[in-house]
Design a protein around this ligand. Structure first.
Ligand code: SF4
Length: 413
């Protein structure tokens, strides 16, 4: 589904807001450079010894009574999560998490007749509106206030309003009883600390804290590369994430899950940790480990001229869920999905390099995009190869190129 004019303008507004937030968040360029270096090092340190840190994480979480499951694929992760939800009654609440979207757990839930309710207010609105998610951090940035109002009227029979505060309260008031009554929760984690076995979620609404407190069965999912070595690295990464994602030094809520506890109803929790590989080991083996430094802050999306035009729709094929969008999605999707469709995504770039300038963990995104194009070129059809070869020749002959552009402009008009 392509963006309409309003949605494109909304993403442009988001870009300006994000630029202002970046300036506020990083008033001192020297401080920014230092934190980005330290955050990049923290990620690289974890990736360099990933099997060791994962083994340490398993040992330390299992020691506190958390059950650990290793899964190679999205299907395996979904199978375990769905089985646990079924055992716990067939209904669960889920948080806002790129990993849960990557493994398409909502589809798996529908296919297995399990109810999965999104309790992040923005996610809930996106789901009700029937529009696809665009920005990973600001899920409702592209939806008109009037559309939100009519969606809520239709879904929940509430009075119309164009006041954002009233609409936000309507959604929160609707979701609060769900959170207080949670019995089973599925939570995609931001990080896990190998040294302490702590499982970490970040948000500004507090929905993760509620899920972690009230759910009797807590199913946590972690993509394997999001393990961090120790608490010092975690501090650096939380700050880097929060400043880049939300323009503030710390998130509103940092939820730390350390061991099963009693819920407010007095029941003992069962906590499961599902470690998800889903082709990440292949990414490391293929030399794309740098892309796995990503902490999903969404900063590169907000400055990418391609994302601002097409939003999250990095493919027209609705049957293939695209876990990630923006410049990092164009690098990661071909590795994670391994589908011919995703192989074209590294070309969705203008090579302007803005993405690299805002990345808080110093990922060389333009370099990775170039390498990914080379890696994917063997999968191009003969038509694409011919088109690229003609285009290359055209670019090497300025007079011919100008003549071509003149002709193109005429044809367009
Ligand atoms: S690549 Fe960098 S800027 Fe983009 S989402 Fe990942 S961490 Fe953020």
């Amino acid at each position: 589904m392509t963006l309409d004019r309003f949605e494109r303008q909304a993403l442009q507004r988001l870009r300006r807001r994000s630029e202002r937030a970046q300036i506020q968040a990083w008033p001192d360029p020297a401080e920014k450079t230092e934190l980005v270096q330290r955050a990049g090092y923290a990620r690289q340190r974890a990736l360099a010894k990933l099997p060791d840190y994962l083994a340490m994480l398993e040992q330390n979480t299992a020691a506190t009574g958390i059950t650990v499951h290793w899964t190679e694929s999205a299907q395996a992760a979904n199978r375990i999560a769905i089985e646990l939800i079924k055992k716990a009654g067939g209904r669960a609440l889920r948080n806002h998490s790129p990993l849960l979207d990557e493994i398409a757990i909502d589809r798996a839930a529908i296919a297995n007749e399990v109810e999965l309710v999104r309790v992040h207010p923005g996610d809930q609105l996106v789901q009700l509106s029937g529009r696809p998610l665009q920005h990973p951090i600001w899920p409702t940035a592209h939806i008109r206030i009037a559309d939100i109002s009519s969606t809520l009227q239709e879904a929940w029979h509430v009075p119309p309003s164009v006041d954002p505060d009233i609409l936000a309260s309507t959604v929160r008031n609707r979701l609060r009883p769900e959170l207080l009554d949670a019995t089973t929760a599925v939570v995609g984690l931001n990080f896990a600390v190998a040294e302490t076995g702590s499982l970490i979620c970040l948000d500004n609404e507090g929905h993760n804290a509620s899920l972690a407190t009230y759910a009797r069965t807590l199913i946590c999912l972690l993509s394997i590369e999001q393990v961090v070595a120790d608490a010092a690295d975690l501090d650096i990464l939380i700050e880097a994430f929060s400043r880049s994602a939300w323009g503030r030094p710390l998130p509103g809520f940092i939820s730390e899950i350390r061991s099963p506890a009693r819920t407010p109803k007095g029941e003992m929790q069962a906590i499961h940790l599902i470690l998800v590989d889903n082709n990440r080991s292949d990414a490391l083996a293929q030399g794309f480990g740098e892309a796995l430094r990503c902490i999903q802050c969404g900063a590169c999306h907000s400055v990418c001229p391609v994302f601002l035009q097409v939003g999250g729709a990095y493919t027209q094929d609705a049957s293939t869920p695209q876990p990630y969008s923006g410049p990092i999605g164009a690098v990661l999707n071909p590795i994670l999905l391994k589908s011919g469709n995703a192989a074209r995504q590294p070309y969705l770039s203008t090579d302007c390099g803005f993405c690299a300038s805002v990345c808080p963990v110093a990922i060389d995104l333009p370099g990775l995009l170039q390498r990914q194009r080379q890696a994917q070129s063997s999968t191009a059809s003969w038509r694409e190869k011919l088109a690229f070869s003609l285009w290359r020749r055209l670019l090497n002959q300025p007079r011919l190129f100008k003549a071509y552009m003149r002709l193109w402009r005429r044809v367009r008009h």
